[in-house]
Design a protein around this ligand. Structure first.
Ligand code: ADP
Ligand code: MG
Length: 346
């Protein structure tokens, strides 16, 4: 260890990953893609590759058990990993689950967690094939690894976007963030007066978006049926703006995104306005929607046109044109990411 102490917040999450891993070089020819995409890609044979992705969820950082039922947590832990396999245009087949638990949790609580894991395994057609169990001094930690497959010529990396491609998102955005705002508000009300019942009526959609997000395996199926191979793809875990910037940086391109094209559910808009927030800002910077952001060739537009699960939100430009956001009045601003950064000082 050197004497110098650098604060984690100086580097940020992506800067830290880069800093720690830049010296590593892949030694095996089977490692097609290592660090830097939603999943690693490992060569299997001339037709197919294996996809591997892992994510960790920590109590107090990624979830709060005051409002997150353990069953939902188990489901979400699997869904977010399956989502990373989807983001390569692949299909998840196996998961491993590792947990660290404190003595605060009775067996029944962990049974609930595993009910959620079981339901996700059923819905996403994946097998639980292993894991690890250990103790933690406080709180619950869950780490899921998902393993999947994709045809070599169908794998969608973050770096394949080309000028003139169309930028597309699945589903709608900002709901998970508004669900979180609502749960946080009701938690504060409850802490102040435990006799007050939470006011969650009419907010089922945004609550479900936060508590039980789905990996878009259906969208991967539609793309196959429509015979569309995305030129690049990423899943939206940190917020649309952050993911657009990842695709543009990896692909060395720019893009124009149109504010009025961003799909937002009515419940998300109503909740945002209720919280004095701009719905578009929530869609751009709120995280955890687990929708897919991808680019397609213009010649594929007719195949996805009118599909209610996919919305074109902009187009790819030359890198020197930059990454821009065009609002309803035609005003153009440079797109910046204000998504989650776990190392930001609160
Ligand atoms: P995602 O949001 O899609 O899960 P991340 O932003 O977490 O992706 O990670 C970006 C890339 O960095 C991925 O390839 C991931 O596997 C890799 N990565 C993250 N943390 C580490 C780490 N501590 N050591 C090595 N690789 C890491
Ligand atoms: Mg991802």
């Amino acid at each position: 260890m050197t004497e110098k102490k650098t604060e984690l917040s100086e580097l940020g999450e992506f800067g830290l990953i880069d800093h720690l891993t830049k010296k590593f070089e892949n030694k095996n020819s089977s490692t097609i893609k290592g660090i830097g995409d939603d999943s690693a890609v490992i060569y299997l044979n001339e037709n197919e590759s294996q996809l591997v992705s892992t994510d960790m969820l920590i109590e107090g950082v990624h979830f709060n058990l005051m409002y997150m039922p353990l069953k939902h947590l188990g489901y979400k832990a699997v869904a977010v990993n399956v989502s990373d396999i989807c983001a390569m245009n692949g299909v998840a087949e196996q998961i491993t689950v590792s947990i660290a638990v404190s003595s605060r949790f009775p067996v029944e609580a962990l049974e609930e967690l595993y009910e959620g894991i079981e339901l996700a395994c059923k819905n996403y057609n994946v097998d639980l094939v292993g894991g690890d169990t250990t103790t933690s001094t406080s709180g619950l930690i869950i780490n899921v690894t998902a393993i999947g497959k994709a045809k070599n010529e169908e794998i969608a990396y973050r770096n394949g976007a080309k000028e003139f491609d169309l930028m597309v998102v699945s589903g709608d955005l900002g709901g998970a963030y508004m669900g979180l705002q609502l749960l946080e508000r009701e938690k504060e009300v409850f802490k102040a007066n435990p006799n007050i019942q939470p006011d969650l009526d009419g907010h089922d959609y945004i609550l479900q978006r936060q508590l039980k997000p789905e990996a878009r395996i259906d969208v991967i199926g539609y793309l196959k049926e429509l015979d569309v191979i995305p030129t690049s793809m990423i899943d939206i875990s940190d917020g649309l703006a952050s993911e657009i910037l990842h695709i543009c940086k990896s692909s060395n391109v720019g893009c124009n995104i149109y504010d009025e094209k961003i799909p937002i559910d009515a419940q998300t808009s109503v909740a945002a306005i209720d919280f004095n927030l701009d719905p578009n800002t929530c869609a751009l910077n709120g995280g955890e929607d687990y929708e897919l952001l991808f680019t397609i060739k213009q010649s594929d537009f007719d195949k996805i046109k009118g599909n209610p699960n996919m919305t074109v939100i902009g187009h790819v430009t030359d890198s020197k044109d930059g990454v821009y956001y065009v609002d309803k009045n035609g005003a153009v601003v440079e797109l910046r990411a204000q998504g989650w950064n776990h190392f930001d000082e609160k």
